[in-house]
Design a binder for this molecule. Sequence first.
Ligand code: NAD
Length: 374
Amino acid sequence: MILGLLKEQGAEQRVALLPEIVSKLVQAKVEVYVEKGAGTKAFQTDEAYRNAGAKIFSRDELLKKADLFVQIGEPSIEIIQSLSDKQVWLSQYNPLWNTDLVKSFLANNITSFSMDSIPRTTRAQAMDVLSSMATVAGYKAVLQAANELPNFFPMFMTAAGTIRPATVLILGAGVAGLQSIAIARKLGAQVEAFDVRAAVKEEVNSLGAKFVEVEGAIDDSAAGGYAVEQTEEFKKKQQEVINDHAAKADVVICTAQIPGRKAPLLIPTEAVERMRPGSVIIDLAASSGGNCELTKNSETVIYNEVKIIGQSEYPSLMPIDASKMFGKNVFNFLQLLIAEDGSLNLNFEDDIVKGTCITHSGEIYNERVKSVVE
Ligand code: NAD
């Protein structure tokens, strides 16, 4: 099979596969064709891809030649329409939101995989791009918050007096939130975290943060590691507690999300009004609506001297390691699709292959996507 590695579009700086992964694919008898300049923004030269055993082509040539395309971002409708029904698409195209792309893949009879649909099972952990990219986002969010805050993070006892440590409130203690807790603690801040999933309390505490408790959440233990929608009464109680804690925080890092839905609103305008001037909110849920009412995606809003940074693109801002992690996850997944002779083998008996496949033979394979599109 010929694997075509495409260059990302727009401002994206990552590349889906680094040369080190290309060389592993070549060893697995896959022919790898790379779009000219695919790795430039991630500091990977065409020469490095050539040395790894790839051939370099223009985008147009690549689109005609490859059997399987790999990139990170979503394809355009034009790209989908230009593919033949023998070609296979793999990227992170967010099918729960981008239902027009799902419909286009269906209409053009294209087999498509979306890496954000990798099942959240133990066997699939090494393929989970959402976790990898959330790790990057959680890390970068804290660094940016520390840069923007007009205070220190750690406590200092100096000849010029004692500096109190910053207080950081993390909303959502999933992969990004836990990473943010770890980094904020390393920088010496006092950290509090809240999540609707009570099960994360132990993890939060073990990282040295305090878990903010609100009683009465709906049991989510059967939801496969995801959060579930909560009752109105719980949300009201939760809101009061969060508002009180936000008012005392120097930094709030918002990471709370519910897959396929608008992000929960956790910091309404009145909570921002109670925050100290100079404090900072980083909203990682910005692209799905934000956890803060005042968040604007990819923008910084200043309200009452509180800085609200809507940023969902942190992985792109750390392109080498983010590409390394993304590519390793993709490689681990591709091993399920590559036969011993290097040919493409779509084995839908495998639950990971089936769960990650969004469209095949004019059908929607992924159950959650099916429920949203149909
Ligand atoms: P996510 O990005 O979908 O959500 C982030 C966090 O926001 C979650 O912890 C969620 O509970 C929380 N949240 C949602 N609504 C909220 C609200 N109203 N208030 C406060 N918090 C809210 O989730 P994620 O970080 O990708 O993953 C969540 C969990 O899934 C992980 O912590 C992990 O336990 C599990 N997981 C398992 C696997 C695996 O087994 N392969 C892989 C990845 C994640």
